[in-house]
Write a protein that binds this ligand. Sequence first.
Ligand code: ATP
Ligand code: MG
Length: 269
Amino acid sequence: MPDFSQHRIKPGQKVDLRKTETDGRSFEPDRDKCEREFRTVREELIELQERLNAESRQKLLVVFQAMDAGGKDGTIRSVFKGVNPQGVSVTAFKKPTEQELSRDFLWRVHMAVPANGMIGVFNRSHYEDVLVVRVHNIVPESVWKPRYDQINQFEELLTQSNTTIIKFFLHIAKKEQKQRFQERLDDPAKHWKFDREDLAKREYWDDYRRAFEDMLEKCSTKSAPWYVIPADQNWYRDYAVCSLLVDILKKMDPKYPTPPDLSDVRIED
Ligand code: ATP
Ligand code: MG
């Protein structure tokens, strides 16, 4: 098993995504092995989630960010396959509504954080407010710049309220994105996924890259670390994400509640 902790961004570490690997084969070339071990580790995830849910005293927040076609949906679908849906809440953050825009940017996010016993999954997140919002000047710099600190403080508040946080940036190469868009174009069954706006955003690739780098540098903290997952290969990506979730859940060490003493119970005929 590769040491997936090498993908973690240490607090204060400088990040250059152009020099950060997107190809999972550099870490583990054997696809069959990854797929096999992924299925094994997913069984562990299923068991650990059941314990977390039974214990109901702490929660896990999992954040996914990526460029468009980076594989957020696919990762969530395959990593959480088989996990009891009652113990997982997935929230996809879209363009904010009028109602959301009339509050602070963390309002809608705070509403979606997981409760005790839950794994909360964010498909996009509060980080959009320092990514798309920054790249397209939706608010002035004087508004988005303080958000890195605000986010760190918000995540610290969650941590102190028994939430463990892990954040994944799914890192794909620009040419991989092109290929994925092309596949959506070539296959009529995938046309519904094709978004012309994604092509417009592709032109801002370098601006997004810089925004992602800042996010990773400023907001990878000890208690809420970012991981940059090489995501050109789905099989490496899924295996890495699932293994890191299992590691963190093992550290959380959820326990089944002590069962009550039932020795005196008799069921009448
Ligand atoms: P898919 O991968 O299936 O297309 P998606 O996450 O891209 O899913 P969409 O509805 O296509 O979902 O896009 C959501 C859009 O909302 C994205 O372009 C994202 O950047 C944007 N968005 C999310 N949060 C914010 C925000 N706070 N401010 C402005 N735009 C946002
Ligand atoms: Mg989209």
